[in-house]
Every structure is written in C-alpha cells, then in structure tokens.
Write a protein that binds this ligand. Structure first.
Ligand code: ACO
Length: 167
C-alpha cells in the first residue's frame, strides 16, 4: 500500500489555472486505456469555461497537493458526502498522491458526521477506489457533448469519529 505523506492545503483562487491544466493532462494521459480520444476531449472540456471550473472548485471542499512550486493533484468533496473530483498530475501518478487526497477527504467527511461517502468513479479510477474499500453500486452512462462516458457509482462506509471530551 502507498503511504507517502504529501503537503495538503485548501484550494486558493490562484490555483485555478494550474488545476485546469492538471485536469486536462490527467484525463488525456492517464485515461487513454479506458476512454477514446473523443470521450477524453469531451470530459476535459469541463475545464474550458474558466469561471465555471473555478466555481466548481470553490463551491466544494477542495484540497490541493502543492509541493516545491508544483501542483501534484487535487480533489474535492461536495455536500460533505460526494467526491466530485480527484485528479493527479500524470508525472506523479502511482506515487500516493491520490491516496493522500482521498484519505483526507474521507477523514474530513467522517469528522463532519458523514456515515457513507460516494463517488462516481471513472473506469480508470475504479480499482483505486476498490482498494480503498469503496463498493460498486451501479454503472452510469453520462452524456457530455455528443459523447457517452461510463462510470460507476461507488460507496464506502466511514468509521465514526468520536468527539474527545473537553476539560
Ligand atoms: N489502475 C489500477 N490501480 C490503480 C490505478 C489505476 N489506474 N491508479 C491507482 N491505482 C492503485 C495503485 O496501484 C495503488 O495500489 P497499492 O495501494 O496496491 O500500491 C493504489 O491504487 C493507490 O495509488 P495512488 O498512487 O495513491 O494513486 P494515484 O496518485 O495515481 O491516483 C487516480 C489515482 C486519482 C485514479 C489517478 O490515476 C488519476 O488522476 N487518474 C486520472 C483521472 C481520473 O480518472 N480521476 C478520477 C475521476 S472520477 C472522480 O473524479 C470522482
């Protein structure tokens, strides 16, 4: 199991441009085996509107891994119970960045009283989430522009966080 620790911090508006590029590069390079060129282009087009992308990041709990001037990955949690986005820069894939981001969102969700967390996992990310204990619930087919993209809704039960007694 990958257990590297990475510096995590909340999203700032100044991250937006770098995260748009990371999002597109992650889809283009890491999802080639699961989605064809047209599907990847349709998926990546979610970042074409800079304002809408910024709002999507700012309206959720978004965490960023930023180290030595580089954005390594980002993820966000919507409504304290859904992982909306999880993207790692292709240069840093397979080095525990996704694990660090996902573990942090699960911990924050549990601390806020969430009992189960869910994600619509890309086919590329499904094994990653299975390894973290997420269970597939249903397959989805999502229309984006003139393309259809498959993903899988997965859920994980979270361990309750016990409140420590204060003196
Ligand atoms: N296929 C199979 N296993 C994988 C994959 C994969 N594509 N990605 C990670 N794993 C496994 C690793 O081998 C590792 O296994 P181990 O614990 O036995 O060593 C474990 O999952 C953890 O790997 P990490 O290094 O923490 O994962 P990484 O940092 O590469 O992030 C992620 C995984 C987020 C899926 C990344 O590959 C990515 O950004 N993919 C492209 C974008 C994408 O599909 N994102 C998810 C979209 S769905 C959504 O956003 C809700």
């Amino acid at each position: 199991m990958t257990t590297t620790s990475y510096p995590l911090r909340p999203f700032l508006p100044a991250d937006a441009m770098a995260l748009r590029e990371l999002f597109a590069a992650s889809i283009e390079e890491l999802c080639q085996e699961d989605y064809d060129e047209d599907q990847r282009a349709a998926w990546a087009s979610a970042a074409a509107d800079a304002d809408a992308f910024m709002k999507r990041l700012a309206s959720a709990l978004t965490l960023v891994v930023h180290d030595e001037g580089e954005h390594l990955g980002f993820a966000n949690l919507k409504d304290n119970q859904t992982i909306d986005m999880l993207y790692v820069h292709p240069f840093y894939a397979g080095e525990g960045v996704g694990t660090a981001l996902c573990a942090a969102l699960e911990t924050l969700a549990a601390a806020r009283g969430t009992e189960a967390i869910s994600v619509d996992a890309s086919d590329t990310a499904q094994i990653f989430f299975e390894k973290r204990g997420y269970v597939p619930m249903r397959r989805n087919s999502i229309p984006i522009d003139d393309q259809w993209l498959s993903n899988t809704t997965m859920t994980k039960q979270l361990k309750p966080v016990s409140a420590k007694a204060t003196p």
